[in-house]
Design a binder for this molecule. Structure first.
Ligand SMILES: [Zn+2]
Ligand SMILES: [Zn+2]
Length: 227
């Protein structure tokens, strides 16, 4: 069960006073998702695979673990829930990046509880410079910063623009991402990759491969939702 943040900073309070936010679920003036709707959100256990939904440990079945080269996935929310879909697409396409803060704050405790103990550094899926300039922000970066407490590894670069993964078939998704990400600094041994949604895992996996080659030993992924 999720809880809304207990307190807001004074700055947050003034911001809401000037720019009120209405719950995407019920329309009440509150947050992107009001406390009542937050409580109703279903959380998927990490005993189910975030990708294929079969029985799993640490959010990945043996097959998907091998395919993605990830050691574990934390993806508590269901992207097929219309409310989650709406919050995440608001964050992605409508400049409402603040929407991610609401979900991430509510999920924070649950996410940290699921992550095994380790000397973790966090990293996000980078965008090309052109894409960042166009949208003005990277929602994966925002989510990472909310979790990371300054422990961020910045040595991953995206070296060319790619077609949107959502528009492609499974096979096309893999070739689309071949050699797209490059690791330019020596990575820490334990890394958590953060993104908003996991679908086939191919984007995350395209980052995992060069990270492993560069020396990362244990790599987990945290996404807000699974598709
Ligand atoms: Zn509501
Ligand atoms: Zn699986």
């Amino acid at each position: 069960m999720l809880r809304a943040r207990q307190s807001r900073s004074v700055l947050d309070w003034f911001k809401r006073l000037l720019f009120p936010v209405y719950c995407l679920g019920c329309g009440s003036e509150s947050d992107w998702i009001c406390p009542q709707r937050l409580k109703q959100l279903e959380i998927m256990s990490d005993r189910r695979c975030a990708i294929c939904k079969k029985a799993a440990i640490g959010g990945l079945c043996p097959k998907c673990r091998k395919l993605t080269q990830l050691d574990g996935v934390i993806a508590p929310l269901d992207y097929q829930n219309p409310l989650i879909k709406q919050v995440l697409s608001t964050a992605k396409y409508d400049g409402g990046w603040d929407a991610i803060t609401c979900l991430s704050a509510a999920l924070h405790e649950e996410i940290i509880r699921r992550l095994p103990e380790g000397d973790w550094y966090y990293a996000y899926i980078p965008q090309t410079k052109q894409r960042s300039a166009k949208r003005g922000y990277n929602q994966s970066e925002i989510f990472t910063k909310l979790l990371a407490n300054e422990r961020i590894f910045l040595g991953i670069k995206k070296i060319r623009e790619t077609a949107a993964q959502a528009t492609l078939t499974k096979a096309e998704r893999r070739t689309n991402l071949k050699n797209v990400f490059k690791v330019v600094n020596k990575p820490p041994e334990e890394i958590v990759l953060c993104d908003d949604v996991i679908t086939t895992g191919s984007t995350l996996s395209a980052v995992v491969r060069p990270l492993r080659k560069a020396g990362a030993k244990r790599i987990w992924a945290i996404t807000l939702a699974h598709d």
